[in-house]
Design a protein around this ligand. Structure first.
Ligand SMILES: [Zn+2]
Length: 260
C-alpha cells in the first residue's frame, strides 16, 4: 500500500509494475490459464508467434506480446496479445492504469454455449446481447441479463410478477439447491434489495459489483438447462421407452399415451 511519505515511483518502476500486474488481473495473458473466448476450451495462453520478414525472407523482428502506447504522463496504456493453443486464435486486450480492469479488443464478444433451441426468442435476444456487450460494458450487460433473468423466472419458473428480489425468493423454493444457492448469492452480491432500481425496474442501468454481470450470465445458463434443456431430454427418453412398449403391444408410459 503506497503511503504519502513513500518516495514517488519512478516512471520505469510504474511501467514495470503496470506490465507485471497484468496476470493477476486478467486471464488473457501469455502463460496464464483460462477459458479461450473464441473456442471456450480451458487452455494455457501462449505468446503470439507473429514474425516480420523482409521481401528477401530474412527475419527482421519478432513482435512482443506487450505493446506500450503513447499516453498522457499520469496514465499508462498498453496492449497485450496472446494466442490459444487449441484454435490458434489471437486474443488482444487493452489496459489503462486509470481503469481497474483490462478490456478485450478482440474478440469483440466472449463466446458462450448456445442456449437451448426451444427458448423463447425474447429471452435468447436479451441473453445474447448481454453476452455480446460484456467485454465493453458490465453495466449494460448486467441490465440486460437481469431483465433476462426476470423473464425466465416469470415464464418458466411461474413466479408471481413482483420486485425481482421477491421473485428470486419465490423461485428459490422450487429450484435445486445448487441453483438456489447461486441465485441467493447473486441477489446478495448485487444488493438487489437495497437498490430499489434493481428491484422495481430491471431495465434501468445501475452500477454493478465486480463479477456480477458475468455471474448473472452463468446463472442464466444453469436456469436454461434446468427449465428448458433437461425436461426436453427427459421427454425424449420417455417417448423412446413408450415407443418400445407400444411395439411390444403394451400401453405407453402414463402421460405419453397420445404422443406419436
Ligand atoms: Zn481457442
Amino acid at each position: 500500500m503506497a503511503r504519502d511519505t513513500d518516495p514517488p515511483q519512478s516512471y520505469e518502476q510504474r511501467t514495470a509494475d503496470f506490465w507485471d500486474s497484468w496476470p493477476s488481473l486478467w486471464p488473457y495473458v501469455p502463460g496464464r490459464t483460462g477459458v479461450c473466448p473464441h473456442c471456450m476450451t480451458g487452455v494455457q495462453f501462449q505468446e503470439p508467434r507473429t514474425e516480420t520478414f523482409t521481401w528477401l525472407g530474412r527475419l527482421v523482428g519478432e513482435s512482443s506480446p506487450r505493446r506500450p502506447l503513447r499516453s498522457p504522463p499520469q496514465d499508462l496504456l498498453g496492449i497485450i496479445s496472446a494466442t490459444c493453443p487449441i484454435c490458434y486464435s489471437v486474443i488482444v486486450s487493452m489496459r489503462s492504469s486509470s481503469r481497474s480492469e483490462p478490456w478485450l479488443l478482440w474478440p469483440w464478444a466472449i463466446q458462450r454455449a448456445a442456449p437451448p433451441e426451444d427458448l423463447p426468442a425474447e429471452i435468447v435476444r436479451d441473453y445474447q446481447e448481454a453476452a455480446a456487450v460484456l467485454s465493453v460494458s458490465t453495466r449494460a450487460s448486467a441490465a440486460l441479463s437481469r431483465r433476462c433473468l426476470q423473464s425466465v423466472l416469470r415464464s418458466a419458473g411461474k413466479v408471481k410478477p413482483s420486485r425481482i428480489y421477491d421473485e428470486i425468493e419465490e423461485a428459490i423454493k422450487s429450484l435445486p439447491p445448487y441453483i438456489a444457492k447461486d441465485l441467493h448469492g447473486l441477489r446478495e452480491l448485487g444488493n438487489f434489495g437495497a437498490h430499489p432500481t434493481k428491484s422495481t425496474d430491471t431495465e434501468e442501468i445501475v452500477d454493478v459489483e465486480v463479477g456480477e454481470a458475468e455471474w448473472t450470465l452463468n446463472i442464466l445458463d444453469l436456469l436454461f438447462d434446468y427449465y428448458y434443456a433437461k425436461p426436453e431430454i427427459s421427454k425424449k427418453h420417455r417417448r423412446a421407452i413408450s415407443e418400445k412398449l407400444r411395439a411390444a403391444g403394451r400401453p405407453a408410459l402414463p402421460g405419453d399415451e397420445d404422443a406419436e
